[in-house]
Design a protein around this ligand. Structure first.
Ligand code: RB5
Length: 154
């Protein structure tokens, strides 16, 4: 699976740990930045990863900032994207199984690298399928996307 990853300056270390780990697990990781002190504008990093998902360059994304919150908010502004903060394994699994999220976000000031690896695994190793959990959740996910269509003029 192709996965896009991005972080602001607060998430750079955790991002590197995840890149190393997920690559060793066989995921094809593309790093969309931003590692330097000047690159603190996390919404632009979120945008790059979300655009890569919408264009099909990668299938899923992981975004890291200090709290996971700014990245989540920014990613959810990109049309078509469903992003969820996932800082425990259950939430990371449900983000894909119930919400069909393409992106999870994490806070490097909230969780450590080992929990982050478990969360990434739980998110990436599951699929949203209509035969599975998606059967009960699909109408709700569809409704979210309908609301986006109705409310957003872009
Ligand atoms: C950290 O304070 C914050 O600005 C940033 O890393 C992110 O957590 C925003 O939500």
């Amino acid at each position: 699976m192709k996965v896009g990853i991005g972080a602001d300056i607060n998430g750079t270390q955790l991002k590197q740990a995840l890149i190393t780990y997920l690559s060793s697990e066989g995921y094809e990781i593309t790093d969309y930045g931003a590692g330097d002190a000047a690159a603190t504008m996390y919404p632009d990093v979120a945008l790059r990863v979300c655009q890569a998902i919408n264009s099909g360059e990668v299938e899923r994304g992981i975004l890291i900032c200090g709290t996971g919150l700014g990245m989540e908010i920014a990613a959810n502004k990109v049309k078509g994207i469903r992003a969820a903060v996932a800082e425990d394994v259950y939430s990371a699994e449900r983000a894909i199984l119930s919400n069909n999220a393409q992106v999870i976000t994490m806070g490097a000031r909230v969780i450590g690298p080992e929990v982050a690896k478990l969360c990434a695994d739980a998110f990436l190793s599951n699929e949203f399928t209509l035969a599975g959990h998606g059967k009960a959740s699909n109408a709700k996910v569809e409704r979210i996307m309908q609301i986006e269509e109705e409310q957003m003029s872009y």
